[in-house]
Design a protein around this ligand. Structure first.
Ligand code: G1P
Length: 294
């Protein structure tokens, strides 16, 4: 079985939910504490054994490429001033992984973005990570996408990440039906994009982590468009489910929705609380604030 060494990150969306900041700063560069959301995703991929990452970008996303590039002027200054710690932070990203970029001509959705990866992935299986979904795992757990890669190696079938959600959240995600084959694995026979709550099959939602094989490109091409005219990636996955070739992995870890303003703020608070240098003081501040707000 071929190893999963490549990952694709679709990142062409306009980020309208975060206007006005996204007029000039793309949403993937919005920080959680001091790192852009995209860095969390890239680090998860790298910690999972991924060696090459293709980001499917669009116009107005140049700062994203700059972020993963060398910054020789800054680094020279930090070196000269003996600021080793900052130099390491500055150089971490450029050393981390091979980054590739391709521009999606029109941001016409997730399946179309995946099609741009065809030449990059060739005939290898690959991971897909959506930038709005951040999965925090402590040191006792494997990174999110690694858990899916292992599931793919064990079952030999494409795998999606699954999380239990409340009824209110059903219409935000792909919804699945299937049979438990292990505590954390589901053999999926049906997957539907964002059903109304009364049409749900379960409370199992798909979140933005996938491992697929190279036949996904042909499958996307064969998938009929939705009534809105867009081919849904979820509908392509349904063709896999029909062939009994789709597994859901109930990953361990905490997932944050960085695409939603309130959840993004929550992520900032929780990551700040975990931060070695800020956490203690920030916790005191929050406790004082909570007292005042009582
Ligand atoms: C996308 C997918 C959806 C999936 C979700 C996970 O939706 O289309 O199937 O459940 O990501 O976050 P979006 O959040 O882009 O609307």
């Amino acid at each position: 079985m071929k190893k999963v060494k490549k990952a694709v990150i679709p990142a062409a969306g306009f980020g309208t939910r975060f206007l006005p900041i996204t007029k000039a700063v793309c949403k993937e560069m919005l920080p959680i504490v001091d790192k852009p959301t995209l860095q969390y995703i890239v680090e998860e991929a790298v910690d999972s054994g991924i060696e090459d990452i293709l980001v499917v970008t669009g116009r107005n996303k140049k700062i994203l490429e700059d972020f993963f590039d060398y910054t020789p002027e800054l680094d020279a200054l930090l070196e000269q001033d003996g600021k080793k710690e900052f130099l390491e932070i500055s150089q971490k990203m450029e050393k981390l992984v091979n980054m590739y970029y391709v521009r999606q001509k029109h941001p016409t959705g997730f399946a179309d973005a995946v099609m741009y990866a065809k030449a990059f992935t060739g005939d290898e299986p690959f991971a897909i990570l959506l930038g709005d979904d951040i999965i925090y795992t402590d040191s006792s757990l494997k990174p999110g996408i690694r858990q899916l890669i292992d599931c793919y190696y064990d079952t030999g079938k494409p795998t999606v990440a699954v999380m239990n959600v409340n009824d209110d959240d059903i219409p935000k995600y792909a919804n699945i039906r299937g049979r438990n084959i292990a505590d954390d694995r589901i053999d999926i026979d049906l997957i539907v994009e964002k059903p109304a709550v009364q049409d749900k099959f379960s409370n199992d939602a798909v979140i933005g982590r996938y491992v697929v094989e190279s036949d996904i490109f042909d499958i996307i091409v064969q998938t009929p468009p939705s009534p809105k005219g867009e081919v849904y990636f979820t509908d392509a996955l349904q063709l896999l489910a029909k062939q009994n070739r789709l597994i859901g992995c109930r990953f361990a870890g905490k997932r944050y929705d960085a695409g939603n303003k309130l959840k993004y703020l929550e992520a900032n608070v929780e990551f700040a609380l975990r931060d070695k240098s800020l956490g203690k003081q920030f916790r005191e501040y929050l406790l004082n604030l909570a007292e005042k707000l009582r």
